[in-house]
Design a protein around this ligand. Structure first.
Ligand code: DHK
Length: 145
């Protein structure tokens, strides 16, 4: 069974300490654990990077070896055409995830390049909400099988 790739962008390694009023106090390691429990038997690849190149490299890896992609591109959401172009090559389901409700924030967070490829977008459900994205991905993959 191909793994689900759960990819996280810049500054999310600081989750737990980073602007807790916006992102809460759950750490990224705790998010990874929550995702592994939510995925059950389904294998996952969980990664975080502050580098656009690495994020694109993991999308390329998922193109060859992944079943689905859950991606919180963080700030690259609103800046990276390269990331969008990479995601366009992926044939499986893509879920875009944001911990905060980006639509309720400053306008710089309103226009997502990734949403031009994403099959679904989840915002504002907090760090624990990643488990809802995993459940949704399992449903999407289940309906594909
Ligand atoms: C995380 C970030 O780092 C911001 O750049 C995004 C996103 C929002 C989040 O809510 O997970 O705008």
């Amino acid at each position: 069974m191909k793994p689900i790739y759960i990819l996280n962008g810049p500054n999310l390694n600081r989750l737990g300490k980073r602007e807790p009023a916006i992102y809460g106090t759950t750490t990224l390691a705790e998010v990874e654990q929550l995702c592994r429990v939510a995925a059950g038997e389904q294998k996952i690849e969980f990664h975080q990077t502050n580098s656009e190149e690495n994020l694109i490299e993991w999308v390329h890896e998922a193109i060859d070896e992944g079943a689905g992609i859950i991606i919180n591109p963080a700030a690259f959401t609103f800046t990276s055409l390269a990331l969008l172009d990479a995601l366009k090559m992926f044939e499986g389901p893509v879920i875009e995830y944001h911990i905060s409700n980006v639509h309720k924030r400053e306008s710089i967070y309103h226009r997502s390049y990734v949403s031009m490829r994403a099959d679904a977008v989840l915002v504002g459900l907090g760090a624990p909400g990643y488990t809802i994205a995993v459940q949704a991905m399992l449903n999407m993959l289940g309906s594909q099988r």
